[in-house]
Design a binder for this molecule. Structure first.
Ligand code: ZN
Length: 147
């Protein structure tokens, strides 16, 4: 995928100066895990202050601009947080770190319904708060906003 030379400026414009600086530190600290790319969608986990890492999605435009983003952190529903910044900065500096892989949604779409139900029940047994997330998905491969 082609990137603009001004992509760092694009990231800064998207997340703002504070989140940009914090995201840069997160990226340097290696907090971005399992980065993957499918077409122009980037997905990764970012270890924040919570026990579980946050999930980050970014949709890039044809020119490599940022069209849409979302993070599962409390501030991330519009995707302007430091976790999104960390993922985008990793994409900017080490795009090869992003394994080409179908988005989680595409992989799960191939599962049988009974297997999906069993998986969700196992996940909720382990992390009961996940029951709050059992709501209909949005189009576009993005999950719903945090409950
Ligand atoms: Zn976030």
């Amino acid at each position: 995928m082609e990137k603009k030379t001004g992509f760092a400026a694009e990231i800064r414009r998207w997340v703002g100066e504070t989140a940009y600086r914090r995201g840069a530190a997160y990226m340097r600290e290696g907090r971005v895990k399992h980065p993957r790319q499918h077409g122009r969608v980037l997905e990764a986990l970012c270890q924040g202050s919570a026990v579980l890492p946050y999930q980050v999605w970014v949709r890039l435009g044809e020119a490599g601009d940022i069209l849409r983003a979302r993070c599962t952190c409390p501030a991330g529903s519009e995707g302007h947080c430091k976790h999104v910044a960390a993922v985008l900065l990793l994409w900017h500096t080490r795009p090869e770190a992003f394994a080409p892989a179908p988005p989680l949604a595409a992989m799960l779409s191939q599962w049988e319904k009974d297997d999906l139900i069993r998986l969700i029940l196992r996940m909720v047994a382990r992390y009961p708060d996940l029951a709050l997330w059992v709501v209909p998905p949005e189009e576009d491969g993005f999950p719903p906003a945090a409950p």
